[in-house]
Design a binder for this molecule. Structure first.
Ligand SMILES: C[S@@+](CC[C@H](N)C(=O)[O-])C[C@H]1O[C@@H](n2cnc3c(N)ncnc32)[C@H](O)[C@@H]1O
Length: 258
């Protein structure tokens, strides 16, 4: 762990639950790919506030949720006190029992050290166990990211040294999986334009929740100015009938441990 960069673990769990329920609502689809069965041991990796962990449990599986952010784990425990949630890092977690499956929704694009995460997942699974994940894929939020970088450049504000997101292609991620002993049996990259529920403030709230790395060190006034400029830049294409849409592009994979 010591040579791994420290990712943001300061997620605002209340804001996440209040304004971004779409994340796990879209993720419910992924549960069909997981197809959890009664008695299976399953890990929900990057479980957030636990909504999908609970769905896996409802299918009769024995599920554990792990998340890097103590704030998210605290909320998950409050939401579902009958389930087990632990603070842990996708890049180096270990569990007592080998698992039938590792499930992960909307988390792995925050994990730039994909190799380390894949190694941990591999080590946690039984032979024949499955890894079922969805996250941002190549081209995800490209227009939003471009607007962010253009705005920062226009205002002469330095962009973060490290972009916080990892959006791989199928080729890239499948190769990493194969190199570490997985058989990739399913992979898809697809556009999923995602309406942001908060009407006029939808994009601003999205930026506040998911692009906070870009605002570190800015005064609140500067932050407001940046957000306004991004909105003006994107409004003609991504704001229609009073709703913002984010240009999501997702990658889904199912890989089996050989
Ligand atoms: C967008 S939320 C998704 C939460 C949940 N899977 C859902 O569908 O609602 C992303 C989560 O990834 C977690 N995360 C980010 N980096 C992580 C890491 N290295 N290890 C474990 N969790 C991580 C964050 O703390 C956050 O809760």
């Amino acid at each position: 762990m010591n040579n791994l960069a420290k990712p943001n673990n300061n997620w605002d769990a209340a804001l996440y639950e209040d304004k971004h329920a779409f994340v796990w609502q879209y993720g419910e689809d992924l549960l069909q790919l997981l197809n959890p069965k009664p008695g299976e041991q399953i890990l929900d990796l990057g479980c957030g506030t636990g909504q999908l962990t609970e769905k896996i449990a409802l299918a009769g599986a024995e599920v554990i949720g792990i998340d890097y952010a103590p704030t998210m784990i605290e909320k998950a425990r409050q939401n579902y006190p009958h389930l087990r949630f632990d603070v842990g890092d996708a890049r180096n977690f270990q569990l007592e029992q080998p698992l039938d499956a590792v499930f992960s929704n909307a988390t792995l694009h925050w994990v730039k050290e994909a190799d380390a995460a894949i190694a941990s997942v591999h080590q946690a699974l039984k032979s024949g166990g499955r890894f079922v994940a969805e996250f941002g894929g190549k081209g995800n939020v490209q227009a939003i990211a471009q607007a962010l970088y253009t705005t920062l450049k226009t205002l002469n504000i330095p962009a973060p040294v490290m972009n916080p997101w990892y959006f791989p292609s199928i080729g890239e991620y499948a190769t990493l999986l194969e190199q570490q002993g997985f058989d990739v049996v399913y992979a898809i990259l697809f556009n999923r334009p995602t309406p942001l529920v908060d009407k006029e403030t939808g994009l601003a709230n999205w930026l506040e929740m998911f692009a906070s790395a870009f605002f570190i060190g800015m005064s609140s006034q500067q932050q407001i100015q940046v957000i306004r400029m991004i909105e003006e830049y994107l409004r003609p294409t991504f704001y229609q009938d009073g709703t913002w849409t984010a240009d999501y592009r997702r990658i889904r994979i199912v890989a089996i441990k050989l």
